[in-house]
Design a protein around this ligand. Structure first.
Ligand code: C2E
Ligand code: CA
Ligand code: CA
Ligand code: CA
Length: 276
């Protein structure tokens, strides 16, 4: 109806304007954060069946004056809609390599650290060069670096993806597919790409005890990965029971609050690097 339409418009327009304003404000804040080094890196261990750490995922945190620590879930998607994500991605990459170097210089043994790479960042023509430069500037062994990409990279410009992945593989950088099973997985590409790891999305792990479909999906991913000679990391493991089921299903690597929350560099080093 006419009245309904009018109401809908008067209700909708201010909120859209508000959303756009908020977004602009967030973008401005993010720009300042990049300039003023307002970001931090947190580290979450990835463990084997005995709980021994084999690697860690690097997760960005944003310390904002008014709101304290802001989760990336709240700002990465905004950053991804502009070139901000490229600046953030490059910062994460450089900072991770510098942090690894800092620990090595202190005589601390460091396992592989994996950074999240947004599709937009991966698509940059000089992405491989950026990785090479970050590694050589910090003089770290390339095998200490890993990247996590989402499934979307498998469906866009597959030739470019294959070329870049092969170059990274040659360097010794490991490649994981993140949130596996949630995107448009193209199973055919799994064997064409030089991947190392599939990370089972935590959405499947969450209900693994109660939802048979999720349990079957997880078991299928684990067995498929074994045949393709890919490692699997189950994400979002929060309880002993989930850990047990995953172990029974043959999973070898795990990540989640059950083992540790993401930690600041100092706390991560204290808890996990000291006795390696
Ligand atoms: P993700 O790559 O899937 O990262 C895993 C997320 O799950 C992290 O959230 C982590 O803190 C959280 N998590 C880990 N274990 C558990 C658990 O047992 N239970 C639950 N409920 N959550 C768990 P976080 O740090 O908030 O990051 C959210 C997303 O933001 C990441 O999802 C990733 O897509 C993105 N992100 C984080 N750091 C970066 C970055 O440096 N660059 C880019 N491009 N994206 C990033
Ligand atoms: Ca990830
Ligand atoms: Ca994930
Ligand atoms: Ca995710």
């Amino acid at each position: 109806s006419k009245a309904g339409g009018r109401n809908a418009i008067s209700f909708f327009q201010p909120s859209m304007q508000e959303a756009a304003d908020q977004r602009l404000k967030l973008e401005q804040y993010l720009r300042t954060a990049i300039d003023k080094e307002g970001f931090m890196l947190f580290f979450q261990p990835q463990v084997d069946r005995s709980g021994v750490m084999l690697g860690a995922e690097v997760l960005i945190r944003w310390e904002q004056v008014e709101q304290g620590i802001v989760s990336p879930a709240d700002f990465i998607s905004v950053a991804e809609e502009s070139s901000l994500i490229l600046d953030i991605g490059l910062w994460v990459l450089k900072k991770t390599c510098q942090q690894i170097k800092e620990w090595l210089v202190m005589g601390i043994h460091v396992p592989r650290m994996s950074v999240n790479v947004s599709s937009r960042q991966f698509r940059q023509p000089d992405f491989v060069e950026q990785i090479k430069a970050a590694i050589s500037d910090s003089q770290i062994p390339p095998a200490l670096l890993g990247i996590e990409l989402t499934e979307s990279v498998m469906i866009v410009d597959i030739d470019d993806t294959v070329t870049k992945m092969k170059a990274l593989k040659k360097l010794g950088v490991s490649i994981a597919i993140d949130d596996f099973g949630t995107g448009y997985s193209s199973l055919a590409y799994l064997k064409r790409l030089p991947l190392d790891v599939l990370k089972i999305d935590r959405g499947f792990v969450r209900d693994i005890l109660t939802d048979t479909n999720d349990a079957v999906i997880v078991e299928t991913i684990i067995s498929m990965a074994r045949h393709l000679k890919l490692r699997v990391i189950a994400e979002g493991v929060e309880t002993e029971d989930q850990f047990d089921v995953l172990k029974k299903q043959g999973c070898l690597m795990f990540q989640g609050y059950h083992f540790s929350r993401p930690l600041s560099a100092v706390r991560f080093a204290e808890k996990y690097l000291a006795n390696l």
